[in-house]
Ligand binder design. Structure first.
Ligand code: BES
Ligand code: ZN
Length: 630
């Protein structure tokens, strides 16, 4: 190389070094920003203001015989000073050893166990910036459910899945289990031969016969979004970047039900910015899954009870997909700000649904939600839970599950609908799009949102600011005065029908139900149920066979109606439902109605004893509490 060549070469080398250093610095600065996180999470022992985990590597063997996960987790961390102690959340984990990257054993100790929050694990980190925790789970790990073949859809092979939200990740991974702490992760998972393993990360589409899989999640996520599942699972693509995983027998039905998935992703992106997580898949779980859906990044977990054969419950996909922005991208700082996750998501879900299926469809769902919310607020007031009818919650010392009510979802959503009304859709959409963009991969608390809302939107116009009533919505109990009740002409028609059933003793065969969809029926049953006597209920069952429908929304509402009317005509169907479905949203109202009579309570307990081994701990604990301790 001649002299000028050498100069050019050296300049290029220097330049590239400089660029590398710069980007490294940018990354480090970004990481360091989080060090100064205030430790205001009342549900985690961790201390991210001093030591913060920013990357995790899981190496786990799924031990099907013992029903345990066994292996280790490597944690990389940033510290404010060298002799800080890393504090992790654990719950009933067996901690075997803690080592550094060179295999040297490190000191560690466990704190006192709390029945809600578990046990803190302390690891002094002097001279280290990573640790490896060797551990295993216990067979009863709260997050995990190990299903026998009989408890699955296909009834052929066993199945494992996790549910980490809100604070159960700590029962299968020692971690800083606080939503404001975000980290990237990778994993190596060994499962049974011919089984698939899936996580909230890059996923395999085909079975590896030796049961070994690797995963990568290179976008930072919160611990409650850690997820794992394994079983005899197959994949079906539904679009360029989306598809479904399910047991083979479910695949066709699920593919038909969720045919609009790609359209939903496209519309969501048009509304509030590009989908950031590359792939969007849905895993349809066996019926014991305790929730409707769970927004695990890249891989929503879903209950099979939404596969109804009429596509009436696809809002669930819109909802979990919407969490890819509200929740997974911009995350509630603590569970006290849960409405920022669920209220925003319910609003976004509504907008996706409106775009795909039109306003009248969404108006029906809004009216149903409004009525449910009114009932919830009324019941909460009666139970001395008025404080929990505020959007901003105070859940300190309590299980964050206590915040999982219609208030976060629907009061939150109606607040955002109200803001849209005040400022107009165009301004509102632009604001929301910027909100997601400017806070992506970070977290947000209620105060931060309020400040952003005022600065970026409401302060532009005095009238907006006044009409928004933001403080009343957020910090006031119940619904603020002037909250606008949604109207649905479709459902007004149903009101007249219900009215005629009582005032004119209209018989079922005289009812004009042409064009009725599942939502019309849901509304009909709920309104009818308020006044119906046992004879009217029997007549309705004979005409429409609601107990025999294969739609669990209708089943659930109808079971409650028949129990309320003091009937036992469908006990076989109710027992069958309670022993196969584990979705808590359905179980609770049925059990709650049953225990209102002495006979009902005894029967409910006997059914629960048969059913409980098939419930995930989330549902089992709630029902058990209801039947034996309340
Ligand atoms: N993230 C929630 C489920 C959740 C919340 C689990 C809090 C544990 C603690 C999920 O996105 C959700 O809201 N699911 C709903 C679906 C519905 C609103 C369409 C459910 O499970 O019913
Ligand atoms: Zn949700």
């Amino acid at each position: 190389m001649n002299k000028s060549g050498r100069i050019i070469f050296m300049t290029l080398l220097l330049l590239s070094l400089l660029i590398t250093c710069q980007s490294q610095k940018k990354y480090e600065n970004k990481e360091k920003k989080y060090i100064l996180l205030e430790n205001n999470d009342p549900h985690s022992f961790s201390n991210p203001q001093f030591v913060r985990v920013y990357n995790m590597h899981l190496d786990l063997n799924i031990n099907w015989k013992n029903k345990t996960l066994e292996g280790k987790v490597g944690l990389k961390m940033i510290k404010s000073k060298d002799n800080d102690t890393l504090i992790l959340d654990t719950r009933e984990l067996v901690i075997e050893q803690v080592k550094d990257g060179d295999g040297k054993i490190l000191e560690h100790w466990l704190g006192k166990t709390d029945s809600i929050f578990g046990t803190a694990l302390y690891i002094p980190t002097k001279g280290k910036d990573s640790v490896i925790v060797h551990y295993k789970t216990v067979p009863g790990s709260e997050a995990l459910q190990w299903l026998t073949p009989e408890q699955t859809n296909d009834k052929e092979e066993e199945f494992l899945y996790s549910q980490s939200q809100a604070i159960l990740a700590r029962s299968w991974v020692p971690c800083q289990d606080a939503p404001a702490v975000k980290f990237t992760y990778s994993a190596e998972i060994k499962t049974k031969k011919d089984f698939l393993a899936l996580m909230s990360a890059t996923n395999p589409k085909e079975i590896n016969p030796d049961g070994y899989y690797t995963f990568e999640q290179d976008q930072p996520i919160s611990s409650y979004l850690l997820a794992i599942a394994s079983g005899k699972i197959a994949y079906r693509s539904l679009g360029p970047d989306c598809g479904i995983y399910a047991e083979t027998g479910m695949l066709d039905k699920a593919a038909w039900e969720f045919a609009d998935m790609q359209k939903m992703i496209d519309e969501a992106g048009k509304l509030y910015g590009k989908y950031m997580w590359k792939q969007y898949d849905v895993l349809v779980l066996p019926p014991s899954f305790p929730f409707g859906g769970m927004e695990n990044p890249r891989l929503t977990f879903a209950t099979p009870t939404v596969i109804t054969g009429d596509r009436s419950q696809v809002a669930l996909i819109a909802h979990e997909l919407a969490h890819s922005w509200s929740g997974n991208l911009v995350t509630n700082s603590t569970w006290n700000d849960f409405w920022l996750n669920e209220g925003f998501t319910s609003y976004f879900e509504q907008r996706i649904m409106e775009k795909l299926y039109g306003k009248p469809y969404e108006q029906m769902r809004q009216v149903l939600a409004w009525n449910d919310l009114q009932n919830t607020i009324e019941e909460m007031n009666m139970d001395n839970l008025t404080e929990d009818t505020k959007l901003k919650l105070d859940l300190s010392g309590r299980d964050p599950d206590d915040g999982l009510t219609d208030v976060a979802y629907d009061k939150g959503r109606f607040f955002l609908c109200h803001l849209e009304d005040v400022v107009g859709r165009e301004n509102w959409d632009e604001f929301l799009k910027n909100y997601f963009k400017s806070h992506a991969f970070g977290s947000m608390d209620t105060e931060g949102f309020l400040e952003y809302l005022n600065n970026e939107l409401l302060n532009r116009n005095e009238q907006w600011k006044k009409a928004a009533q933001a403080n009343a919505w957020i910090y006031g109990a119940g619904m603020p005065e002037g909250a606008k009740k949604p109207v649905s002409t479709e459902l007004t028609r149903v009101d007249s029908l219900v009215e005629a059933c009582f005032s004119k003793d209209l018989k079922p065969y005289e009812m004009d139900t042409t064009g009725f969809t599942t939502h019309h029926w849901q509304y009909f049953i709920r309104q009818f149920s308020k006044k119906a006597g046992s004879l009217q209920v029997i007549r309705m069952e004979k005409a429409f066979h609601f107990s025999l429908r294969s739609n669990s929304e209708i089943n659930c509402d109808w079971f409650v109606t028949t129990i309320k009317a003091g009937l036992k005509i469908n006990r076989i169907q109710i027992e069958n439902f309670l022993t196969t479905v584990g979705r808590r949203k359905f179980l609770m109202p049925i059990y709650e109605e049953l225990i209102k009579t002495k006979e009902g309570k005894e029967w409910a307990r006997s059914v629960f004893e048969k059913a409980k081994s098939g419930y995930h701990s989330v549902s089992r604990n709630s029902v058990e509490h209801l039947l034996y301790r309340s």
